[in-house]
Every structure is written in structure tokens, then in C-alpha cells.
Design a protein around this ligand. Sequence first.
Ligand code: ZN
Ligand code: ZN
Length: 275
Amino acid sequence: MSYLLPMDLHSHSENSMDANHPVQEMCEAAIKKGIAIYAITDHYEVGGFEGEDFDFDGYLEKSVKEIQAAKDKYKDQLRLLTGIELGQPLEDIARAEKILASHPFDFVLGSMHNAPGRRDIYFYDPADKDYDLDKELEFYFVHLLDVIRWGLFDSASHLTYPFRYIMERQKKPYPFRRWDDHLDTIVRTIAEKGLAMELNTSGITKNPSHTLPEARWIHRFKELGGEKLTLGADAHVPQKVGSGILQGLEIALAAGFRYLCYFEKRQPQYVKIQS
Ligand SMILES: [Zn+2]
Ligand SMILES: [Zn+2]
């Protein structure tokens, strides 16, 4: 089979609290878009989700089971990986470790949507005068470094996650470079620990176009000795599967990467980037 895109290692099915499409539908979108290696990475928010009563254990069980069935069904068309997006693992480390041991995952994304005790930056409202955005970002990046230091995941997902919502919600420009020192330490720690870093292409089709993190951090990761780069579109609907991956490939090549990384049974594997 010939493929158009080497991978998309980040997407959500109806087994995530914020997505509504079955695993099979997402896989069929991946096949249609010519993706060779595809991962469903449903959310597991270790500290819970915004006080809502979402049954993460039940949905994880269902996700893993349905991915396994889809692996069999589409085995001649798609290399499907059993993934998970593990959010806020430090909120309950014992639980996080138990989850990771409880299922035969291929691939674990480590992510942070909110610092402990803080709200997800998704809820950021620029009109709220009591909201101290810089203070929230400080909490975010300090805690994200702790998550990276813990490091029991495969790829560090969407490092600049809060920027997505700042760009969407705020009319005036925001000085993102204010956080460069924090990000430099985070990217260095990922490289030093031999972890993978994700180039999340979810924002690429938006205006202004941006990857998470920006291209210059992929260059920096390479410069600091980082070797494992994963690409993911973070699709929550079938139409977004593979979105921005071509541009992600260009960024990876320009940064000096010749191989992309994916994981099987949590072991890194490499595919050459066809330029
Ligand atoms: Zn996420
Ligand atoms: Zn995600």
C-alpha cells in the first residue's frame, strides 16, 4: 500500500469526554487520508475533569477494547496503535502508574491541561479582569517541568497548550517569548531524558497558524540532542484526522530530523521522512 502521510499519533474517539465519534469512524478517516501509522489517544485526566463525573476507567477500558478490535479489522490498511493521553499525572502518581500498568499500551502521551488546583486554560476569558494570565502560565510551565521530570510517558504532548486558547480568545497580541526560558528548560529536559516530543499540528489550519510548540522549538529540541519526534493532529472529529501533518513534516525536516518516531508496546520505532 502506498501512504500519503507517515503518521498521526494523537486523536480522540467518543471514549474521550470531549469527542463524539466511534473508534472505527476515526480509523476509517485515517485510512481515507492515507495515514500509515495512527494512534487513538483517548483522554485520561488523572485528577478528574472539571468536577464532572466522567468515568475515565470505564471509558479507558472501552477505548482499549475497541482499538484492539479495530486493529484486527483494519490490519491490512493501517498500523493502529493503542494510545492514551494521560493528563495531569502528578495529581495522583500512584493512580497514573496503575493506569499505565493496567492495559497493554503502545503509546502514551504525557500532557497537562491545567496546573494542580487551577482551571484548564480552555476556560480563559480575556474579559475577566480578576484572571491573572501570567500567573496562570507560570503555574502551568513550572508544573509542566515537573511532569517532564517524572517522565513515565513516551511523548510530551502540546507543550504550549495554553497558547492555543490565548491566540483564539485574545484580540491583542500576546508576548509569547516571555516564556522562552521556561520552555528552553522543558525542551532540554525532554532531550536529556531521552523522551519523545510531540509536534502537535492542531492549530495549523487556524489563523494565525501555529503548531504546539512552534517550529523554533523543534529546531531547539534537535540542537539539544533530541532524537524522538512524534507528529499528531489532536483530532476530535474525523475531518481533522491528519490535519497539518504535511506542514509538520516540513517543520521536522527543516529542523534537521530525518526520522520520525512512533511507539509499539512502548518501544521507540523510527520511520524515515520521505522528502
Ligand atoms: Zn491535550
Ligand atoms: Zn488530545
